[in-house]
Design a protein around this ligand. Structure first.
Ligand code: SF4
Length: 244
């Protein structure tokens, strides 16, 4: 089948994304995620087989209409989990490449490398969300441990694939000096990491949990203060890591 004809389930798109990779980007949010992060702000993207079915060719046509805005940015596939719809993800990445767009994939690393490898090879940048360094903590936070994510990071190191690593700082779970220090000590050995984005937990998606009838465990959790985020950042910066 031609790349153009391959269909995927799309949650939504954003033609002017400014937070998912360098520059202004067209962001395609794919529907379906194997994880259930306690702090997910998009629980409506969880279920597979929902959303709008579109072909990679149809989306590419839409993206081409924004070409002049995306010159210094590009296209980001996010989710949900893009690598959980591999045929579509590969098709869209191939079309973007053919049309000269810089590409990024925003992934939780929840998919086994044996399935995601070709997608990683096709993208210019991986936005890898490392939920926790400790496997058990990762399971508590997301329902799955982090061994696929760490395997993904190792593969990026081996193939010199640029990575922007993301980590949500969640008070009471991940926002502790000792946990951040362990993570930073581990990450300082990876030269593929170009940037570390420490993301403060927020409550902006909590209403969606209520709407979907899902039980939200973080209703009483306050977002971290600016001071706490600065302290977290310094743990990484002091080890020579490019934290922002
Ligand atoms: S990986 Fe992303 S979309 Fe999936 S549950 Fe976690 S935060 Fe939500």
């Amino acid at each position: 089948m031609l790349h153009e004809d391959i269909k995927g389930y799309i949650h939504s798109t954003d033609s002017f994304g400014a937070v998912d990779g360098p520059g202004i980007r067209f962001v395609v949010f794919l529907q379906g995620c194997p994880l259930r992060c306690l702090y997910c702000h998009n629980p409506d993207s969880w279920k597979f087989g929902e959303g709008t079915q579109r072909t990679a060719g149809d989306l590419m046509e839409e993206i081409l209409g924004y070409r002049s805005f995306l010159k210094r940015g590009g296209v980001t596939l996010s989710g949900g989990e893009p690598f959980a719809q591999m045929d579509f993800t590969k098709a869209l990445l191939s079309l973007c490449r053919k049309n000269g767009f810089h590409t990024a994939v925003d992934t939780s690393g929840a998919v086994a490398l044996s399935l995601s490898r070709e997608g990683i090879d096709l993208t210019d940048l991986l936005l890898l969300d490392l939920k926790a360094y400790d496997p058990e903590e990762c399971r508590k936070l997301t329902g799955q441990d982090n061994h696929h994510a760490l395997e993904t990071l190792d593969y990026c190191e081996k193939t010199k694939k640029p990575v922007w690593l993301r980590h949500v700082c969640l008070p009471g779970y991940t926002l502790y000096d000792e946990k951040l220090t362990r993570m930073a000590e581990f990450l300082k050995h990876y030269s593929c990491i170009e940037r570390i984005e420490l993301i403060p937990f927020h409550q902006m998606g909590s209403y969606k949990w209520d709407y979907l009838g899902e039980s939200y465990q973080l209703a009483e959790t306050e977002p971290p203060s600016a001071q706490e985020m600065e302290r977290a950042k310094q743990i990484f910066l002091s080890r020579g890591l490019p934290a922002v």
